[in-house]
Design a protein around this ligand. Structure first.
Ligand code: UDP
Length: 447
């Protein structure tokens, strides 16, 4: 994007949440703002610290002298994890921001953009007199669920009652009860309190930025900037994990539209049974595939070794990689479909690259995203499972998606949606206009 000379002297402080799926969209936003002439400071945790060598030389990186405890990173109690990470970094963030503001040559900090998960940081920046913008790295629908959480508990949708999973959630169409974040009863109150803080601080901010071209403006009294898909605004952000780039050469040897790409993101673990069913599903699909099996993907299965019989079946057909250059894989002509957990980044990347999805959501907002993908946008098919995956169901979903009729319709819808996303980010499109408005909005803050 063209640079904006009016931006000289305006510095934006960005504060990403220290997980790949949160860091990546924040750093892409940084790159897009930098291209518009804004100066960039990135405050960050030690965990998943960005490498300055991967970014323009004039970025300033400010590491915070506190880190996320290793034990917390593997916690499956999501509410506790998020609150404790917020608490650990809150004071260091406030102190470093205050120090930055006091520097005579700080270069005019005009606003802070923080992940909406950083509710304490957003509050601290406001108290220091700096305008704030929240970045929602998940979907707009997910933010809408955050806002509705107290109502969902009051009305008895949550905790989810057996026998009511298919009830519609009238307050949040098109969700059914099963699409709501699956939170254990024991931590429901804690989770509610976490979301209440996220929403309250986002509402007190000067604006909210969404990585989508779907919007929720009517529910908020602050400006909302739906500027996504962010992955089309700037190049991919390097992850701290080494990529297996050899899989791109292997893809070059495959037939166009023949290869399945399978990945469950950067964070969520699966159990051994799920892993084995996936392996059998892929083996029996008789299609070539790339499967990301990162460290920590399979609970209690460090070796990652497959039984000999299975190994034989997939040896010549599939590539198992530790970490893929996902966006380059998705755009490769050999790819036909993406078996995904529907993390928001993966979903947006698939939609902007025109790759239909086979959805196997695992936790959090992924089930809700899968509902939109399969039932609203109709660009994917869900593997029909109640709890445990069975290879036959995965096999069936693959066959359906790659077949005529329903599969054909899904592939056509995906072309349409990708076209819409392209139009959105092109000059004059809704996301492009939102981004231009966002830059103007930032420039209206006095430094
Ligand atoms: N990703 C990648 N290589 C992989 C697996 C994932 O680059 O082998 C990237 C992917 O492109 C996406 C991010 O990791 O940007 C995963 O984010 P998402 O929101 O989909 O899932 P999460 O990791 O938050 O569960």
């Amino acid at each position: 994007m063209a640079s904006n000379s009016g931006a000289a002297g305006h510095r934006v402080v960005l504060f990403p949440f220290p997980y790949h799926g949160h860091l990546s969209p924040m750093l892409r936003l940084a790159a897009a703002l930098h291209a518009r002439g804004l100066a960039i400071t990135v405050m960050h945790a030690e965990h998943h610290a960005p490498d300055p060598a991967d970014h323009p030389a004039d970025y300033r990186f400010v590491p915070l002298p506190a880190d996320v405890a290793a034990g917390l990173l593997s916690s499956e109690d999501v509410a506790r994890l998020l609150m404790e990470v917020d608490a650990i970094l809150a004071v260091p963030f406030k102190d470093r921001l205050a120090a930055l503001l006091a520097e005579p040559d700080a270069g005019g900090v005009c606003c802070v953009i923080a992940d909406v998960q950083w509710y304490s940081a957003l509050a601290a920046a406001r108290k220091l007199g700096v305008p704030t913008l929240g970045l929602m790295t998940s979907s707009a629908a997910s933010f809408r669920t955050f806002m509705a959480y107290p109502t969902l508990i009051d009305k008895g949708y949550l905790p989810v009652q057996e026998g009511h999973k298919d009830d519609p959630v009238d307050e949040l169409p098109p969700f059914r009860v099963r699409d709501l974040q699956r939170i254990d009863k024991s931590i429901l109150a804690e989770f509610d309190s976490l979301l209440e803080r996220n929403v309250a601080e986002a509402r007190r901010s000067s604006g909210l930025i969404l990585n989508t071209f779907d919007v929720i403006r009517q529910d908020l009294s602050i400006p909302v900037f739906a500027i996504g898909p962010l992955n089309t605004l700037s190049p991919p952000v390097k992850s701290s994990l080494p990529q297996d780039r050899g899989c791109l050469n292997w893809l070059d040897t495959q037939e166009p539209g023949s290869v399945l790409y399978v990945s469950f993101g950067s964070f969520v673990p699966i159990d051994t049974d799920e892993f084995m069913e996936l392996a059998w599903g892929l083996a029996n699909s008789k299609r070539p595939f790339i499967w990301v099996v990162r460290r920590g993907l399979v609970r209690g299965f460090e070796s990652g070794e497959l039984p000999d019989e299975l190994e034989e079946k997939i040896r010549d057909r599939g590539r198992i990689v530790y970490w893929a250059p996902q966006e380059e894989v998705l755009v490769h002509p050999a790819i036909c479909a993406f078996v995904t957990h529907n993390g928001w980044n993966s979903t947006v990347e698939a939609m902007s690259r025109g790759v239909p999805m086979i959805c196997r959501p695992l936790i959090g907002d992924q089930q809700g995203t899968a509902r939109y993908v399969c039932n609203v946008w109709r660009v994917g098919m869900e593997v029909e499972v109640e709890t445990q995956l069975e290879w036959g169901k995965l096999h069936l979903a693959i066959e359906k998606l790659m077949g005529d009729n329903e599969g054909e319709e899904v592939r056509e819808r995906m072309k349409y949606l990708t076209n819409m996303a392209d139009k959105g980010v092109s000059e004059g499109g809704s996301s492009h206009t939102s981004f231009v408005n966002l830059v103007e909005f930032i420039l209206s803050f006095t430094c």
